[in-house]
Design a binder for this molecule. Structure first.
Ligand code: TXA
Ligand code: MG
Length: 315
């Protein structure tokens, strides 16, 4: 496909029909979800999915999340155990991705699962994403719409800046409300946390009535969010800073004197929603050394700290 011009589509019926038609002919469309902008392709079309990896420059061992409009669509591609049913009922549509056994006859491209016999699936809670999934009528594979290893996009302008010239279209649905990627839970056997994200672990544990075990072995990254350096801005990042040192720009949290502040009120929901936009802004400012205020490690703070730790990791 000719990617020279990135088409910006409005989030109305006509825009969604155009976007669906591009997906149908194997093209790449970025669309808003409540978490971050996704880079979508027909999950059944090998060439289209290969295009995602190419546009992002993504290592091909990283499998993709499939987006569907509802639980029954998800059930046609994978097998739900009792815990998975419980979580889907409790949090879909929403910022939760479930990793489940893939059905043999699902028809999903092997490039989506990177050859695994499991599938990551979610039902996004965003009217534009839902409208696009309905208009397209099939499974949409979509990683975050950023070049691999860079900061995820929470606005259409971030997508244009990162992937312009490499994809066909972006549906502009404004800013993403949650601002960090979905929480990923494996329901292959006992439920296990693979990535902290937009649904707090505490809420999942309350739903399951039991603590969630964490699968985390950084030497075997099964989620790219588990690669040491990820979500990285251009500048060097120093965490838990009480203030800006010489030559540093301070990304604050709470009532501190800072160049940029995630949430002056110390609100974790606001901070999550602003996190990636602030990192993009620090890139735009040309910040070379970034100090970040401490963030409480509960609720959405856990996802924020996870992303910040990766942003600060040696590259
Ligand atoms: O909020 C989100 O999840 C966003 C929006 C667009 O939905 N998507 C997103 O996708 O963050 P991505 O590709 O950046 O992250 C998907 C994660 C990866 O870390 C990948 O390794 C993991 O899901 N994943 C996908 N399939 C998997 C599988 N079968 N088993 C384990 N992890 C899997
Ligand atoms: Mg990503």
């Amino acid at each position: 496909m000719n990617h020279e011009q990135l088409l910006s589509l409005p989030p109305d019926v006509a825009g969604l029909e155009k976007a669906a038609a591009i997906l149908q002919r194997g093209g790449l469309v970025s669309f808003p979800t409540e978490t971050v902008y996704g880079l979508g392709a027909d999950a059944r079309n090998n060439a289209a999915v290969a295009g995602i990896y190419e546009a992002k420059g993504r290592p091909s061992f990283n499998p993709l999340i499939v987006h569907v409009p509802d639980v029954s669509a998800a059930e046609s591609y994978c097998v739900f155990n009792a815990a998975a049913q419980h979580l889907a009922q409790g949090f879909w549509p929403g910022a939760l991705t479930l990793v489940l056994p893939l059905r043999a006859d699902a028809g999903i491209s092997k490039l989506v699962t990177a050859g695994l016999d499991t599938l990551a699936v979610r039902v996004p809670d965003h009217p534009v994403a839902a409208g696009l999934l309905r208009a397209f009528g099939g499974p949409v594979a979509a990683p975050s719409a950023n070049p691999s290893g860079r900061v995820s996009p929470t606005a259409a302008a971030h997508v244009v800046a990162g992937l312009g010239g490499r994809i066909d279209a972006v549906v502009d649905g404004g800013d993403c409300a949650v601002g960090v990627e979905s929480t990923i839970v494996s329901c292959i056997g006992e439920p296990a946390l693979l990535r902290a994200g937009g649904i707090p672990v505490e809420a999942l544990e309350a739903c399951l009535g039991a603590p969630l075990k964490t699968l985390h072995d950084p030497s075997t990254p099964i989620a790219p969010g588990q690669l040491a350096s990820h979500y990285a801005p251009q500048g060097k990042v120093r965490l838990n800073a009480s203030g800006a040192g010489k030559g540093e720009v301070l990304l604050g949290f709470g009532p501190v004197e800072a160049d940029l502040n995630l949430s002056v009120a110390g609100d974790l929901t606001e901070a999550a929603a602003r996190l990636f936009a602030c990192l993009h802004e620090l890139d735009a400012m040309g910040a070379e050394q970034i100090a970040v205020s401490p963030i409480p490690d509960h609720g959405l703070g856990r996802a924020i700290n996870d992303r910040l730790k990766r942003a600060a990791a040696p590259r």
